[in-house]
Write a protein that binds this ligand. Structure first.
Ligand code: ZN
Length: 153
C-alpha cells in the first residue's frame, strides 16, 4: 500500500470512528473554535489533575481533515503532562509547516510521539486544508491557556 493510501485510510478511520467523542461532566476545561473558510466546528473538554490530562472529550462537525485531526489529537494528549502536550503540539506545527520532502521530522521514529497524526502530513501541500487540520490544535491552545492561566506562544 502506498504511504498516501495508508494515510488516507487512517484519516478516514478517525473521521468515521472519532475517538473520545462526547462531553465531560464534572470539573473540566472547555474550549471551542471554528474554521469559517471550511465550515468546521470543534469543541474540546479536558479534565486535568496533578498536571496531567486525565480525560478528554471532543465534539465537532465539518470535513474529514478537521474531525480526524481532532480525534487523533484527543488520543495523543490523554495521560500527558502540559509539557508533553506542548511538545506534541510543537512537533505537529512543524510537521504541517514543512513544505516539501518527506524526511522524518522526529529522529526518534518509529517511536514518534505523533503516531496517527503523521497521516496528516500530506495535508500540508494544501494550505486551505492546513487550516482544517489546525483547528483542533488552536482549540487545544485555548484550553491550555485556560489551564495554565498564562498565554502560551
Ligand atoms: Zn475543513
Amino acid at each position: 500500500m502506498a504511504i498516501e493510501e495508508l494515510y488516507r485510510e487512517i484519516i478516514l478511520d478517525h473521521y468515521r470512528n472519532p475517538r473520545r467523542r462526547g462531553t465531560l461532566s464534572g470539573n473540566h476545561i472547555h474550549a471551542e473554535g471554528d474554521n469559517p473558510s471550511c465550515g468546521d466546528e470543534f469543541s474540546l473538554d479536558l479534565a486535568v489533575e496533578n498536571e496531567i490530562v486525565i480525560d478528554a472529550a471532543i465534539q465537532g462537525q465539518g470535513c474529514s481533515i478537521s474531525q480526524a485531526s481532532g480525534s487523533m489529537m484527543a488520543e495523543a494528549i490523554i495521560n500527558k503532562t502540559l509539557t508533553e502536550i506542548q511538545d506534541i503540539a510543537h512537533k505537529f506545527k512543524i510537521m504541517m509547516a514543512i513544505e516539501d520532502g518527506d524526511e522524518p521530522l522526529d529522529p526518534d521514529r518509529p517511536g514518534s510521539v505523533l503516531g496517527d497524526l503523521e497521516a496528516l502530513r500530506g495535508v500540508r501541500r494544501f494550505p486551505v486544508r492546513v487550516k482544517c487540520a489546525n483547528l483542533p490544535w488552536a482549540t487545544l491552545s485555548d484550553a491550555l491557556t485556560q489551564w495554565t492561566g498564562d498565554a502560551l506562544s
